[in-house]
Design a protein around this ligand. Structure first.
Ligand code: S3P
Ligand code: PEP
Length: 446
């Protein structure tokens, strides 16, 4: 499967026999982006094993090369990155094409904000609709300047400032991308940059910055607010990194195995960082039989093998405070809710409206198209579960350049009467190369 083709790639997923077997999923997307960026800012050579070779991460690799890093993959699949040192990024000679990737765009804007270089960012139709003001606003305060398309959107040209001005910033939106952009800008900024995070989001940047030798401290207040301080003009030391499997990708085989009666599946080597593990907690609350085997630590991140046995699920009304810990997993959680017993009410999910698609509307339309009763809310969705009765099926589902929508409805197809057709599977290559092969390996499709 590749998105390099100019033509949509429709595909139908049909009701499946029990899934079984043991699989692994590709490397964590968030950790992969960060490992390339921080390696590119170190002096010397870093090695990265298990890097996600999806289009989003390859866009980050291309951008770091364009700014001076030497990045190569050897025949064993290990990536070797020779960095330029903090402050050493070079002026890219052409526009940086970010494809579909919000993480690449926002984190790279942070990196460039404290270097005296000019860069233009472009992206696909989905990325060009997404708001960038959340990063351009704080980065402007650090001294960077921006010329963007209306509504702070791509295409956008920025000029970094050197020296930049350190920032003390309270996040107005729970976003790891905004937090990371500011911290990355802080790396080449004199003095102390401070980010205050009222609602915790994924902390891979903090862990990895420390791992590379940056002076970074995290203080947690009684109400859970996190205060992250980073001393600038850092010197980063090259590292050897093992990237764990992506819990956001593992979510699809996990939910598929819970829903298809008689299934038993192991997804090995999955990252279990608490700031990412919200879906597992939610599925367990719904009655899902999920066991973590062999819990261990790999490269500063908790990892385990996830053993899933098909279970009868019941509806839920999850606490919105949990949203950041499973933000990309809501689409597939909605599929689980559609097959559960009773009603599920999801609220506090405004952020889903600014992902690759508006994931509340796209999911509501898609679920209706396959015969599920839903009510769309301003900040969420109400889903009436079938109680384990097969979903009627149908389609084609409009995926709107959104990989997670495509994979979520593929899972829905496995528990459908007449199959679910996805209009275009190409976006899956952004985060999960080998998705359909993995479903075949589990026996979910021919
Ligand atoms: O920092 C990251 O790697 C990511 C943060 C999240 O975005 P937000 O920060 O916009 O919530 C998430 O949706 C995205 O897939 C990856
Ligand atoms: C929102 C996502 O990614 P990004 O913001 O990097 O495009 C995602 O992968 O679901």
């Amino acid at each position: 499967m590749t998105s390099s083709s100019d033509h949509p790639l429709p595909m139908t997923f049909n009701g499946a026999p029990p899934l079984s077997g043991s699989v692994t999923v590709p490397g964590d997307k968030s950790i992969s982006h960060r490992s390339l960026m921080l390696s590119a800012l170190s002096v010397g050579e870093s090695r990265v094993e298990g890097l996600l070779e999806g289009e989003d991460v390859l866009a980050t690799a291309a951008a770091m090369r364009a700014m001076g890093a030497q990045i190569n993959r050897d025949s064993d699949g290990i990536w070797h990155i020779k960095g330029v040192g903090v402050g050493g990024l070079l002026q890219p000679q052409t526009a940086l094409d970010m494809g579909n990737s919000g993480t690449s765009t926002r984190l790279l804007m942070g990196l460039i904000a404290s270097h005296a270089i000019t860069a233009t960012f472009t992206g696909d139709a989905s990325l060009s609709k997404r708001p960038m003001g959340r990063v351009t606003e704080p980065l402007s305060r650090m001294g960077a300047s921006f010329t963007s398309s209306p509504g702070d959107r791509l295409p956008l040209t920025m000029r970094g400032a050197c020296p930049a001005v350190p920032l003390d910033y309270r996040l107005p939106v729970a976003s790891a991308q905004v937090k990371s952009a500011i911290l990355l800008a802080g790396l080449n900024t004199p003095g102390v940059t401070r980010v205050i995070e009222p609602i915790p989001t994924r902390d891979h940047s903090e862990r990895m910055l420390r791992g590379f030798g940056a002076e970074l401290e995290v203080e947690v207040e009684a109400d859970g607010t996190r205060i992250i301080t980073l001393r600038g003009e850092a010197e980063l030391r090259p590292q050897t990194i093992a990237v764990p499997g992506d819990p956001s990708s593992a979510a699809f085989p996990i939910v598929a195995a819970l829903l298809v009666p008689g299934s038993k599946v192991t997804v090995g080597n999955v990252g279990l960082n608490a700031t990412r593990a919200g879906l597992i907690d939610l599925l367990r609350e719904m009655g899902g039989n999920i066991v973590i085997d062999n819990p261990r630590e790999v490269g500063g991140e908790p990892v385990g093998d996830i053993v899933v046995t098909a279970s009868d699920l019941k509806g839920v009304e999850p606490d919105p405070a949990r949203a950041p810990s499973m933000i990309d997993e809501y689409p597939v959680a909605f599929i689980a809710a559609a097959f559960a017993e009773g009603r599920s009410i999801f609220r506090g999910l405004e952020e889903l409206r600014v992902k690759e698609s508006d994931r509340i509307t796209t999911m509501a339309e898609g679920l209706r198209a396959i015969g599920v009763t839903v009510e769309e809310l301003e900040d969420g969705i109400i889903i009436e579960g079938t109680g384990g009765a097969l979903l009627p099926g149908g389609g084609p589902i409009a995926t709107k350049l959104d990989h997670r929508i495509a994979m979520s409805f593929a899972v829905a197809g496995l528990i459908s009467k007449s199959g679910v057709t996805i209009d275009d599977m190409r976006p899956v290559a952004t985060s999960f190369p080998g998705f359909t092969t993995l479903l075949q390996k589990l026996g979910a499709m021919p």
